[in-house]
Every structure is written in C-alpha cells, then in structure tokens.
Design a protein around this ligand. Structure first.
Ligand SMILES: *Cc1c(COP(=O)(O)O)cnc(C)c1O
Length: 398
C-alpha cells in the first residue's frame, strides 16, 4: 500500500510526469527501476524485524510490496488526490478484492445495470453464493437508486461513463444521498481517468481503475488499482496480500511509463471523440450515437458538471442487426478489432465480443444494448484520418 510522500500543488500534467518518480531511483538512474526480485535481504535480524513490523520503510516479499509497484501506486494516488492507493494484477482483481473485503454475508449492495460485464458477473453470479444481496438499478434513474439506498445498503457501486452505451451517473448527487444513509460509495473511474473526472472530490469513498485501459494507454500491461482513505485501502491491501492478486513489477513499469503521457493522450482523445461523435451523428448509415459530449445525450448536463472532458470512448448503432456490424467492422483500416479500450491505437468492437462477452443476447437486450452497436475507443491518430476511415467503411455497407 502506498501513502502520500508529499503534497504537490502542481497541475495534473506535471504530476502525471513526476508523481512517484523520485522515490525509487537506483544508482542515479532517472527512470524507476524494474525490481524483479521476489524478496529483500537484511544484514541484521533487528532491521528485518523493524521493516516487517512496519516501523521502518522497506520491502520484504513481492506479494506484499515492491518498489516499482509502489511508484505506480504513488502516481495514481497523487492524480486521484487520494490518501492511499493499492494495486492489483488486473482491474477485475481490484474490483473483486475491494468488494470481497468490504462485504459480508447478509450485506446488501446497490448498483447499476450497466457496470462492466465482469463486474456484473460478480454481482449476479458470485455474490448470491455468499448471501450478499445485490440490487441492480436502472442506470439512468437516480431517483430509483436513491430509493434503493434508503431501503438500507452497505455499499453503493457506480461506474460512469458506462460500458458500452456510455451512460452517465450523477456521482455527487448519489454520494451525498448514500452518505446520509451511512452507505460506502465506490466508483469505477476507468473510462474517465482522473484527467476528466475526480470521483473522490465528488464524494466517493473509493475510486477504482482498470489500469489496463487509459492509465497504461498502450495495451501492453494488465493492472488495477483502488484509491481512497487510508483506513479502507489498508483493509483491501491486507486481503490482497493474502489472496495474492498482486501487480507484476514489469507491468507496473509499463503502466508508470504510459501514465507520463496520460494528460496529452486524454486531451487528444477527448477532442477527437467529440468530432467523431458529431460526424457519426450526422451520417445516414448511423441509427444512434452514444457520447456524453453531444448535447442530445440524455445526461449531457450531468456530464458537463462532473467531467472536465467527455472521454475517448463512444458507441454507435448501425441500422439493422448484428450482420451489419459483421460487414462494417472489417472495413475499418485504422482500428484494431479487439476487446480492449483506452489505447493509443483506435479500437473497435461489438459488445458481444468486448464488454459483454460474458453475457447472453437476452442479457444484453435487457441492458438496452442494441445488437448493431459498435464501441469505438478513439486513439491518438490524426482525427481527419479516423473520420475518413469511418466514412469509407460506412460507404462500403450502404
Ligand atoms: C476493462 C474494465 C474492467 C476490468 O479490467 P481488467 O483490467 O480487464 O481486469 C473494469 N471496469 C471497466 C470499466 C473496464 O473497462
């Protein structure tokens, strides 16, 4: 677990570059070393014991802590403005460790229907086996969510923007309601990143990331992280050090390197995504575009209030069924047809093979996901090229 080393008043871009970078230098190297050692040796048993008891800073064993991993945790902790952060092998490890730490049999969770597919599986498949009661609410209906919180619940779990229909949840409103009822608030901030949205400042208790996506940004490392108050993060860290879902040092290094350009990537992706959303919204082959930056989006006003940018992911539905998606997607020249998002390359795919690969067609329909929907994660290519690419691929199927 990582705690603040210093309070930095610099801007988010400066902090993306510098946070976490100064603590673990080796031989004067300007870059954080990849510490592949699984354990750390001591000259005396006394010193070893002091480190083991937490009385002295240091490392014992890689499943607990690691210098490269600590640098990654410090960078995201700083960017989210949190007291503490702890990391995991993947985003799903971060989510399951957080929820299994905080919930016990008999507890009730209120959440939304549109969480990430894997998260939804935890709620509908695994938690019931542990006698944890889960209520899935209509994502767009804040009043219904408030009603369910009032009925009594231990934890409110939110995600915004959501995957793949890019819905927006009002974090400040629901966090205030939850806290009046003594409910903990957890927000998955993967789609927004701290550059666009800062859930802790909006009232959340914990913020979670799949670092695999925008934080790393290069689709070459899996990772996850949870940030928040020290007391909560310490408990989650303790469960993780025992169950072993720790972040690999090499992955931590790749994520750390990716995060140094987070502000630049997000700035470009926000700008390009809005232009692409506007282009698609005006195209005859496109039935509907889902992007919170469009004034026509159902929660555009909430998005404007709680986000400083609308993010790099949009989705759009073609007219017709899944067959249209199958003929359209291979026509794209500048997009990986793949399951990830948040990379420097544009990534496109249907929910059936990406966010909701674990769900059935009936479950997708129940979540309001059109069968001809395409999720489009905008990369950092020149936006003119991406628009031209979409235009020619749409023409092919007309
Ligand atoms: C990908 C994703 C996850 C899961 O993260 P992994 O790193 O793939 O385990 C969780 N939440 C959201 C919003 C995601 O996009």
């Amino acid at each position: 677990m990582n705690e603040p080393k210093h309070e930095d008043a610099a801007g988010l871009g400066t902090r993306a570059v510098w946070a976490g970078e100064r603590g673990e230098r080796w031989m004067g190297a300007t870059q954080v070393p990849v510490a592949l050692s699984v354990s750390y040796s001591y000259e005396t048993v006394e010193e070893w014991l002091e480190v083991a008891l937490g009385k002295k800073a240091g490392y014992i064993y890689g499943r607990n802590t690691n210098p490269t991993v600590a640098a990654f945790e410090e960078k995201i902790r700083d960017l989210e403005g949190a007291e503490a952060a702890t990391s995991f092998a993947s985003g799903m490890a971060a989510i399951s460790n957080t929820l299994f730490t905080l919930l016990s049999p008999g507890d009730r969770v209120v959440t939304i229907k549109d969480t990430y597919g894997g998260t939804n599986k935890l709620f509908v498949e695994f938690f019931p086996r542990f006698q944890i009661d889960v209520t899935l609410c209509d994502t767009a209906d804040a009043t219904a969510i408030e009603g369910e919180i009032t009925n009594g619940c231990k934890l409110l779990y939110l995600e915004t923007p959501t995957n793949p229909t890019i819905r927006i949840v009002d974090i400040a409103r629901l966090a205030a309601w939850a806290h009046r009822n003594g409910t903990l608030v957890v927000v998955d901030n993967t789609f927004a990143t701290p550059m666009n949205q800062r859930p802790l400042e909006l009232g959340a208790d914990l913020v979670i990331h799949s670092a695999t996506k925008f934080l790393g940004g290069h689709a070459d490392a899996l990772g996850g992280v949870v940030c928040g108050a020290k007391e909560l993060v310490q408990r989650i860290y303790h469960f993780r050090e025992i169950n072993g879902a720790c972040l690999e040092p090499m992955s931590a290094y790749l994520l750390l390197r990716g995060m140094k350009t987070l502000h630049l990537r997000i700035r470009q992706q926000n700008e390009s995504a809005l232009r692409i959303a506007e282009f698609l919204a005006s195209h005859a082959q496109v039935a509907k575009v889902f992007y919170p930056g469009l004034t026509a989006h159902e929660n555009h006003e909430v998005a404007r209030r709680q986000m400083s940018g609308f993010g790099g992911v949009l989705s759009f539905a073609l007219h017709g069924g899944f067959d249209r998606v199958k003929s359209f997607l291979p026509g794209l020249r500048y997009a990986n047809l793949a399951a990830n998002l948040g990379a420097v390359e544009t990534v496109a795919g249907p929910p059936a093979t990406t966010s909701h690969v674990e769900s059935t067609a009936e479950e997708r329909a129940a979540s309001g996901i059109p069968e001809a929907l395409i999720r489009y994660s905008v990369g950092i290519e020149d936006v003119e090229d991406l628009i031209a690419d979409l235009r020619q691929a749409l023409e092919r199927i007309s």
